[in-house]
Write a protein that binds this ligand. Sequence first.
Ligand code: NAD
Length: 485
Amino acid sequence: MKKIQNYINGELIAPKNNQYINNYEPATGLVYSLTPESDADDLELAVNSAESAKQSWADMPSEDRSKLLMKLADAIESGSEELAKAEAIDNGKPISFARVVDSYRSASNIRFFANATTQFSSECHDMGSVGVNYTLRQPIGIVGCISPWNLPLYLFTWKIAPALASGNCVIAKPSEITPMTAYIFSRLCIEVGIPKGVINILHGTGLSIGAPLVEHEKIKAISFTGGSSTGKAIASVIAPKLKKFSLELGGKNPTLVFADSCSSEEELESVVSEVVRSAFSNQGQICLCGSRIYIERSSYEKFKALFIEKVGDLKIGDPLNEETQHGALVSEAHRDKVFSYIELAKEEGGTILTGGNKVVIKGRCEKGYFIEPTVIEGLSSECRVNQEEIFGPVCTIQPFDSDEEVLAKANGTEYGLATSIWSKDISRCHRLSTKLDFGIVWINSWLLRDLRTPFGGMKSSGMGREGGLEAMRFFTEPKNICIKY
Ligand code: NAD
């Protein structure tokens, strides 16, 4: 059985305790590799290595850092097919999706921040004849990056890249549920000659290695993406230590469809296709997926009919099959959690319009964790299915009658990550955007990303922002220097 290794001090090594946990292929339900269950002893090695590397990495001219990161982005690009396949096996997502989303974005993340390091600048405040201030933005030192399983290498690199670009050494922990591409990534770091200790990758569970990483005195900042309850627990540990932290957490995102966005058949076709994509991409396991869909009443029936048809047409199957559009859920436990919400929806009075069942696929995927894409109607906004994050291929549809009503419903959960508005009335779109309590508002689009923009959520969806300058600023400490003339 293939054993994944930690990447510490530039080398691939086994965990000191020699303990491993099973790594499952979600599409088959079989163990196909073993993941280190690293602990505080491995962390100590990684911290010592990062300590030795941190001064020279911080002192390296940004152009040289940029060149190394560009080489890493090139290596990801060259290995993109291997990475896409590994992601499909490890996570259960369709390989066609892994290719254009996961592999592509992992390389773009590194390339974007490789450029950013050469463009990053700081402020100067002129005091006229009295003096001048300039502000240095210095690396923090050693930082921790913790990522989830839904977009494994994509979100892993989204954190590591700005941390490295701004001159920090990184100790990173990928999700224990999807460790494979972070392991391949560590091989690429060796191949391109990232200096020893600059990046250390430790595998294991939240308990065995995540918690010690968050608590370690020498790790001065934590960038975390994951569930809201984990984020809150981490915040309660970090806050008294006065470390910097950034939390990207869960979502329960509303999609607002106005009748004027789909007045012709062509428009209806295009809006429904995009709303299907926003609800079910990656089996609904993207923090940004729109899982509460509100449709203006006059268009409700025609939208519903086409929506159900298109959702029913999604091809469920082996993630390694090129035609598959809907793969397996990431784990048995997660499949069961998602399924329990379908059962709950029935108890809460909902009607399943399409889907609602576990799927058995003949052949090698017989024991895989598949659930049909599911659409539910007839639930109130207050019920648990419409309030809690399900993070799977389950969405609800509801009609609405006015801007005020849909605004109140959209804002009516504890979450505030992302929303999309579909309407041709641009003043309404702007007006609603100012009142929607979400960190990201898409108008007539979904998941249209510009890596320069601030990315993150309000309320229980997080704290702080990633992306562009926000990330470069998070990973640096501003130091003001005041000179009197
Ligand atoms: P999770 O919170 O269970 O785990 C995330 C990571 O934290 C994993 O690496 C895990 O091992 C680690 N971890 C768990 N407990 C820890 C602890 N006590 N200390 C330190 N680390 C710990 O989340 P998940 O199930 O992997 O991911 C799904 C969640 O992530 C969903 O809620 C989803 O919405 C959210 N998410 C948010 C964003 C965003 O950008 N806002 C993006 C993707 C996913």
